[in-house]
Structure formats: C-alpha cells, structure tokens
Design a protein around this ligand. Structure first.
Ligand code: FAD
Length: 396
C-alpha cells in the first residue's frame, strides 16, 4: 500500500509527473493515488521530502505449506478434444515434477470425455483426476471453478499450471482466489529454484521491456498460466501407464449461467499457429508489395505468411498474421524471418521454432543471434534465388 505523510508533503506535484502509469492526481494540493497504481515505487524515489512510502503486508506462509506436493496441469477439453496447450504443459510439467521428485497429474473436467484421460497419460501424466459430469458439458465459470477448487483443496498440489486460453483466462483466476493462492499469468518460462524447490515463473513485464521472475514463496499452490505454443509437448507414448481417478464432486455444480446454444465460430482463414512453415516479413520489405514475394516462397514451401508488428502497424498486412509478444506465439518446424531485425518482442513469439532462418542485409541484426541459418543480403535478391532453387530441386 502506498502511504502519504501529509505533514511532510509540500504539494510539489513531482510524483504526479513521474508516475509512469498516470496513477497519481494532485487534488487540493495533495497526491491522490488511483486504482492503476501497481506499487512500482517510482514516486517514492522522486519525492524529495520523503512524504511517500510503501507499506508491504507480507502474506504469512500457508499453515499446511509442507503438505502440498505434486505438479498439476489443467487439461482443457472441448468440442475439438484436448487443447494443444494442455499437452504442451504436460511437457514442462513432466520436467518440473521430475526435478521436484513428485507426481505429475492432469485434471480433466468435462462430459463424455472419451479416451482423453488415456491421452494425457500418454503425454506424460502419472495420474488423471477426471470429473465427467453433465454440468461440465458446456463451460461455465462457476461450475468449472467449483470443481477445480474442490480438487485442489482435497489433494493439495504444490504447482498448478493452466493454458492462457479464453477458458483458462476466464476461470483460473477465480480458482486461485478461492484457494487463496497467487497467479502469475502468461509465463514464458518455468523452472525450479534449486535451494528450496520454489517455482520460478518468468514473464514479460513493463510492456515487454524486462523479463520478471516471480516467486510465490509462501502461498500454496503456486499457480501459473502459459500461452499456447510457448512450451513443447512430449511425443505420445502408448506404452506409458498411469492412474485414472474418477472423482464425484461433493460441491453442487450449479451455475447462474444457462448455456442455450454453443456454436463453433468459423476458424479464421489465417491461423499461423497451425502452420509447420512460416515465411515472415518485416519492415525490410519496404512496402506491402513485398508480401507478394513472401507469398510465393510460402507457396513453394507449403507454408503461410506471417509478419512483425512494424508492418502490421503500417497496415501492410492484417493483425492475425502478427508474431510476437502482442501477436501470436508460434513454434513451426521452419521460420524464415525476412527483413526482420529481431526485437525482443518479436523473438518472444517465435524463438521456440525448430529451425530459424534469417535473411537480413545487416550482418549485426539481432535476429542472427537466434537464427540457426543466417543469410546476409538483400531479400529481394535472395528470395527469388531460393524460390528458383526449390523449384529446380522439385523438378530434378
Ligand atoms: C509493448 C511492445 C510490444 C510489441 N510487440 C511486438 C510483437 O508482438 N511483434 C513484433 O514483431 N514486434 C513487437 N513490438 C515492436 C518491436 O519492438 C519492433 O519495433 C518490431 O518488431 C520491429 O519490426 P521489424 O523487425 O519488421 O522492423 P525493423 O526493426 O525496422 O527491422 C527491419 C530490418 O530489415 C532489415 N532490412 C531492411 N531492408 C532489407 C532488405 N532489402 N533485405 C534484407 N533486410 C532488410 C534491416 O536491416 C532491419 O534489420 C512491440 C513493441 C513494444 C514496445
């Protein structure tokens, strides 16, 4: 909490000018702190008369801290079956559980979930907690929140991971509140701190300009969401065995929301996250016509065209093509960056690609730091040669 000592404040207004979030307004000669204050402390550093201070209320350790054990992954199940992100989370979940020497469990909520539980075991789970119930057939926050919170309270996992999908973003914060835990949203990396086994949750902060690592020292479970395609799923292993626990919820699964109809929207024609090959263009294309050349390269490779934010902002290509922190996270087999400098916000969205090729005329462009293969040259000279060579090899 930000505290003001009115006896010291001289009403100079420096704090109002210095607040990076515009959260302070001078009213009747005194600073009034608004809701957008995130306690960054910038105003405290600038206050020459030390009228501002921060009172941090430390949360005490969960009384049953030592009883929490195991890593859990929320397995999102819908009309299309299991969400890819849930399988990807089992990949990182497996590694976290192995480092901690604990079990990896998946939580499957839904109705008529078929062989989804077996799929979760094949992708790395040791145990599946399954609640297959008619009230969970259509997603509602209240029913999903109640069912998941009850499981957490009963079994006490130390770590809970979920996908930052529309559904995950909707009900996981409610679960965290119900079980009195914190929640770190949109993590890009997760690891275990060796000294005490705490979960290190890394995510972009301050508009992506810094990567912040968040540790929930005292609350349990430690909860995090991760965007699709940030983590890698393990290959399916049909020989893996595990336990499937069918749970009958004790809480009444009721919701004030009645789902009358559910219709799947036509998928956008452009879904760059599903393509194995992406040919991505940046400001180096010089104008929107450059995308015609990229489309030719994408066509001979059987891929799709994506882009940096600079060219989306310039209106050369629509937003669904954007890769990066404020666009889509992609992990294709092949990512060809053409005339893209490699800003951190762009790299955050494509660094998990299997093979990265960069074409840039600047040999010092940062994109070459993440590229597996780099071509220094003018893309308008390089790409036609690439297309010609691919076609020649096809017909040879
Ligand atoms: C909060 C925030 C969020 C952001 N989110 C994203 C995001 O999601 N995605 C994203 O991409 N960016 C994002 N950005 C913007 C990012 O910081 C960069 O500004 C952007 O990625 C730059 O795009 P670019 O590489 O196309 O352009 P530039 O940085 O201008 O790079 C153009 C490159 O093309 C090369 N070049 C020029 N001509 C040629 C040629 N003829 N042949 C070969 N190479 C050539 C140049 O050497 C240069 O390296 C974000 C920024 C902020 C602050």
């Amino acid at each position: 909490m930000l505290k003001l000592d009115e006896t010291r404040c001289i009403g100079c207004g420096i704090c109002e000018d210095q607040c990076p979030f515009g959260s302070i307004t001078m009213t009747d000669g005194l600073p009034v702190v608004g809701q957008s204050c995130n306690l960054c402390g910038a105003c405290i550093e600038q206050c020459e008369v030390e009228a501002l201070s921060l009172k941090i209320e430390k949360k005490s350790q969960h009384p049953q801290h030592h009883l929490f054990s195991g890593v859990w992954v929320y397995a999102e199940f819908g009309d299309q079956g299991l969400a890819d992100v849930s399988l990807q989370l089992l990949g990182i979940g497996r590694s976290l559980a192995d480092q901690r020497g604990v079990e990896l469990a998946a939580v499957l909520l839904g109705h008529q979930t078929g062989d989804a539980a077996a799929g979760l075991i094949g992708h790395g789970a040791d145990t599946v907690y399954r609640i297959d119930h008619p009230a969970l057939a259509a997603f509602t926050d209240q029913c999903y929140e109640a069912a998941f919170s009850e499981l957490i309270t009963a079994h006490k996992p130390e770590i809970v991971l979920a996908g930052a999908t529309a559904i995950g973003r909707s009900f996981i914060p409610g679960v965290a509140t119900t079980v009195d835990a914190g929640l770190t949203a949109d993590c890009t990396s997760l690891s275990i701190r060796e000294e005490d086994g705490a979960l290190l949750q890394t995510r972009p902060a301050f508009g992506g300009n810094v990567m912040a690592t968040i540790v929930c020292q005292d609350a349990r479970p430690q909860m995090a969401t991760v965007r699709p395609n940030v983590m890698k799923q393990l290959p399916f292993d049909s020989q893996r065995t595990g336990e499937i626990n069918d749970v009958i919820p004790k809480v009444q699964l009721t919701s004030s929301v009645e789902v009358l109809e559910s219709s799947t929207q036509q998928r956008a024609a452009i879904n760059i996250q599903e393509s194995d090959i992406l040919v991505s263009g940046g400001r180096g294309l010089e104008d929107e016509k450059g995308f015609e050349l990229l489309a030719q390269l994408a066509a001979v490779l059987g891929g799709k065209v994506s882009a940096s934010r600079a060219v989306v902002d310039a209106g050369w290509i629509p937003y669904p093509h954007q890769v990066g922190q404020t666009g889509k996270t992609v992990a294709p087999k092949l990512y060809i960056a053409c005339g893209i400098s490699g800003a951190v916000q762009h790299v955050a969205g494509m660094q998990s690609s299997e093979t990265i090729v960069a074409i840039n005329r600047d040999p010092d462009a940062p994109i070459f730091d993440v590229a597996d293969y780099g071509i220094v040259g003018d893309l308008y000279e390089v790409i036609p040669k690439l297309i010609a060579e691919i076609e020649r090899q096809r017909t040879a």
